[in-house]
Each structure stands twice: as structure tokens, then as C-alpha cells.
Write a protein that binds this ligand. Sequence first.
Ligand code: CIZ
Ligand code: SF4
Length: 319
Amino acid sequence: PPEREAAKARARALLKQHDAVLVAHYYVDGDLQDLALETGGCVSDSLEMARFGREHPARTLVVAGVRFMGETAKILSPEKRVLMPDLDATCSLDLGCPADDFAAFCDAHPDRKVVVYANTSAAVKARADWMVTSSCALAIARHLHEQGQKILWAPDRHLGRYIQEETGADMLLWNGECIVHDEFKGLELELMRREHPEAMVLVHPESPRRVVELADVVGSTSQLIKAVVEGTASTYIVATDNGILHRMRQLAPGKTLLEAPTAGTSATCKSCAHCPWMAMNALQGVASCLETGDGEVFVPEPVRGQALGCIERMLDFVR
Ligand code: CIZ
Ligand code: SF4
């Protein structure tokens, strides 16, 4: 549609004018993902978004994703201006792990290494020894376990349980969840798989155990995309935010992609598996944050400096 092309052209011109680069998550609107790739930015998971933003020479980073992604970019690049299309885009994991309660939890378990998922506030990261994303969580937990360390994990309980079972590490879990992945249903997925016996089942480990147990591949967003691109099956059932299908279709055009069933899957609910906060990102918002300077992310000291350590530890580990 012409309005969409006009909105894209406007955002593109503003990115150039402001020496800005667009860093987008796989779950945001397809137009934003396309714009990011067309303008030299990136579309990726939170690990790659953090790396890309830090290494890119642009003075301004426009982060299309949710709040913690903008904060991580600012923590790593305090000299850059970090803008977000909508600062109210948060995450149920972040909301479910308030810094004060988390600090009390850590205080009560001083013998444990504190490992937090990227999906947390800067204040929570400031209390952590390690930050991890779903791309590197298993490797880091395994590393700590081999060193004989006990782990305090927050906030996603499904991901925590998965890592615990895979690595055998001693992990004390915070009780949080992602409202999107928590809705995938094992029974319905099993029925769907029976209808499509040739299909490969791809599951993000923020999903409940019953769903993870049915997976052929369990992995982060980038790992699930790789599984579709490299897989020999013609059909894939995908249990993660359906925003990812846009990139999967581009990279594996001949393959059939089916959304895994959620509690609300019905004729009237076409987008149950889509994060309402990721959905707040739009072309319009990219243009207006650049035009007005609204949507700038600030992470004040000393929290920024305290949070930096756990992120750098992860980046050094995966390097
Ligand atoms: O669910 C999210 O927000 C994910 C998967 C973030 C990430 O690590 O890319
Ligand atoms: Fe948070 Fe889930 Fe949305 Fe990701 S999809 S930002 S984990 S609520």
C-alpha cells in the first residue's frame, strides 16, 4: 500500500539524516524488519542486537523491540543516543521481577551465582553476576555447574527448569513467565503433530514443559530460524512469537510454516502468539522518535555501570 511505502521512505530519510541505525527484533512488525535490513541495520535476537548496537558506528541507535533491549543498548553504548519507537513496550518477565524483591531474594541466597535473563530491568542486572540470553544460557549454566557453582536464576521459570534439566546444575528459580510462550499448549500441539506427522516441531524454551517435550528442536529465535533454513522437512510447527514467521518465510521460502496452538487459538484469535509489547513498534514510531527525540532511553549511573559487568561477562564468554 502507498501509505506504507511513504511511511517507510520517511523513516528511511530520518535514519540517514540523524546518523541513526535501526536494530530490530525478530518479533516486531515485518515492515520494520525489512526497513532495518534495507538500511544497513540488523534483525536478530537480543544477543545479536546487543552486539550489533555496540559495534555499529552510528551516533544514534533506534531499537525496535522491548524496553530491556533499549536499556541493554544504552548500558553498552552510553555515548550513543538510544531511541525506541514506544518506551511503554515492556515484557511480562521484566514486570514480574521488581528490583527490590529480586535484591531481597539474592540477599537470602548469598552462596549462589546470580544469573539473569536479558529480559530484566537495568536495576535487576545491576545485582547479577551474569546476564544470559536464550542463545547462550545453556552454555553459561553448564560452565558454572562445571566450576561447582550453585545458581540463582531469574526470571523465566520455564527456561530455568529447561536449563536445570539439561545441565544438571543446582538452580534456584524465580517464578516468572512470558505471557506469549506460557500460552502454548502441549495437548493441542500433540493433536496438531498427529495431523502433520511429517512436520518438525520447533520450540522456544520459554514454553511450558509439555510443549518442550514435544519438540524436535528446542532453541532461541536465531537457532529456530537456522533449524528451518537447514532442516530437511517441508513443514515446521513453530512454538514462539509468530512475528518470527516473517524472517523464516524470507529465508526458507519453499517451506510450510504452521503456528503452534495456544490456549486462545480459534477463528477469532489470529494473533494469540504475538507479544502485545513487541506489537507496539511501528514504522510511524521509528519516524516520530527520530523527529521529536522522544523515546530516548536513559540508564542513570551508578546502575548503568553496575549492570554493565554482567553483560560484558556474557559477551566475553560467547566471543
Ligand atoms: O522472547 C523474547 O523476548 C526473546 C526470545 C528475546 C531474545 O532473546 O531474542
Ligand atoms: Fe517478554 Fe514474552 Fe514479549 Fe518476549 S515475547 S518481550 S519474553 S512478553
